[in-house]
Design a protein around this ligand. Sequence first.
Ligand SMILES: *[C@@H]1O[C@H](CO)[C@@H](O)[C@H](O)[C@H]1NC(C)=O
Ligand SMILES: *[C@@H]1O[C@H](CO)[C@@H](O)[C@H](O)[C@H]1NC(C)=O
Ligand SMILES: *[C@@H]1O[C@H](CO)[C@@H](O)[C@H](O)[C@H]1NC(C)=O
Ligand SMILES: *[C@@H]1O[C@H](CO)[C@@H](O)[C@H](O)[C@H]1NC(C)=O
Ligand SMILES: *[C@@H]1O[C@H](CO)[C@@H](O)[C@H](O)[C@H]1NC(C)=O
Ligand SMILES: *[C@@H]1O[C@H](CO)[C@@H](O)[C@H](O)[C@H]1NC(C)=O
Length: 461
Amino acid sequence: MLYIGHIPILLLLPLSAWAAPMCSLRPPPSSAAAASASTPTSNPTGGVSNNNGSGPTFNRTDDFVATTWYAGWHAQYFPPEKLSWEKYTSATYAFATTTEDPGAVGNLDAENDALLRRFVSLAHQNNVKALLTIGGWTGSAFFSLNVGSDANRTTFVQTMVKLVNEYQLDGLDFDWEYPGKAGDDCNIISPNDSANFLTFLQQLRKTPELANRTISAATSVLPFAGPDGNPMSDVSEFAAVLDHVAIMNYDVWGSWSKTVGPNAPLNDSCDPNGQGSAVSAVKAWTDAGFPANQLVLGVAAYGHSFQVDSSAALGASSVKAADGTLTLQANPSFAATQPKGDSWDAFSPAGVSSCGKPTPAGFSGVFNFWGLTEGGFLDVAGNPAAGMGYRFDECSQTPYVYNPSTQVMVSFDNAQSFAAKGQFINEAGLLGFAMWEAAGDSNDILLDAISGAMGIEQSRS
Ligand SMILES: *[C@@H]1O[C@H](CO)[C@@H](O)[C@H](O)[C@H]1NC(C)=O
Ligand SMILES: *[C@@H]1O[C@H](CO)[C@@H](O)[C@H](O)[C@H]1NC(C)=O
Ligand SMILES: *[C@@H]1O[C@H](CO)[C@@H](O)[C@H](O)[C@H]1NC(C)=O
Ligand SMILES: *[C@@H]1O[C@H](CO)[C@@H](O)[C@H](O)[C@H]1NC(C)=O
Ligand SMILES: *[C@@H]1O[C@H](CO)[C@@H](O)[C@H](O)[C@H]1NC(C)=O
Ligand SMILES: *[C@@H]1O[C@H](CO)[C@@H](O)[C@H](O)[C@H]1NC(C)=O
């Protein structure tokens, strides 16, 4: 017998959940699947419509989502064999990029081709869905053209179907950053992007190959932009064709911000400097007609670093907590110098981008969660190391750590903040979580914290 908490699973799940073919995990008690057990609008495969009839028009295949993106370019350090496959319902390979030609995607060179096949095969051995994501920050340049006309959409749909067939994919994820809104400098943008994207997704869903596969999108904290560049007030038509959107609630603060702030805030309604959070993103998407049970919360297994003077970081009187850590000031200002992140953060020399624009030299400053242990900020259990500064910000529900000798502060996520996000996912009735990136975690500290808080249980049978 399997249990969620202390309740036998049979009492909680609709029978359809037993028929879900690709699941080695059992959903949390408050998931869409569990809710649908008592909801007359549930369809045979566990999909749920919201009250006014929006929601999926197809058969959803996911009762809940515990997913991660796998960054192919980190395979030398983190081969796909290292993924904790048994803890995910799906995993998404990043990235295939857009190209000028809707008949082709980029980045699937011989190395990525072989790696993607290995990734899919491992996923299937583990009863996990394998998806491919198209786009990314620098890979979104040509989405606008690819979906820009009837002819291009038809070709682009055929390209997607070929990818699904060629790699035996269980679905596709569209990481367009962003339709109708500025992203990377090289992106082509049109006021018609979101409308064209929707038409493309509708066409894609109609193909028999994609009818029963996952189609998802990775999105900003705000709903897709309309012709005026502002968030659309009604995105319910997207919910009719997408299984879910994963809200990328990270990079909310970073070196581009005025002060140090949370990378991935859970809440900002209590923060005078609030500029986006899981709470406000879920509100924005549901206010625009996107059902909560089709929202997946994007969570970050990394943090951003800032160079912060010790007087700004620690204040006049630095207080030592019982564990020997120094208490930190909230939202200190930081110096222009971007510190180096963890050992994967390579210095980029000044250069030119793919569309010929100058790019500055420097580090990204990103610390993966494991990198904070590597760098001496945290101990192996993920707790602040002795002598470091530490603050858990109650509003954003995220931690900060500070090394007084190097004067580097990092805003990041730990087990406590991932558990808070897992609880929020259940309370808000979201579909699940998506972690960027699989390789960022350290001994599954983060993954176990969010899954545990959601009440997800593993079944290895
Ligand atoms: C959804 O599932 C039902 C029952 O299995 C099936 O009859 C129907 O054709 C499916 N719809 C689509 C769009 O695949
Ligand atoms: C369609 O794709 C072609 C490239 O094959 C591109 O040149 C053209 O601008 C696209 N059309 C639209 C309307 O985006
Ligand atoms: C947007 O779509 C409308 C209607 O299809 C069309 O008339 C207009 O030219 C398009 N605008 C751009 C910039 O493509
Ligand atoms: C999708 O799956 C349902 C249920 O298994 C099946 O009835 C339907 O024919 C499938 N649709 C397509 C287009 O394969
Ligand atoms: C977010 O903050 C507001 C204002 O303090 C509070 O009412 C709300 O409960 C918080 N939500 C969560 C999920 O923490
Ligand atoms: C119903 O759908 C509209 C968009 O068509 C949306 O604006 C509204 O919030 C939805 N209402 C509910 C109760 O979901």
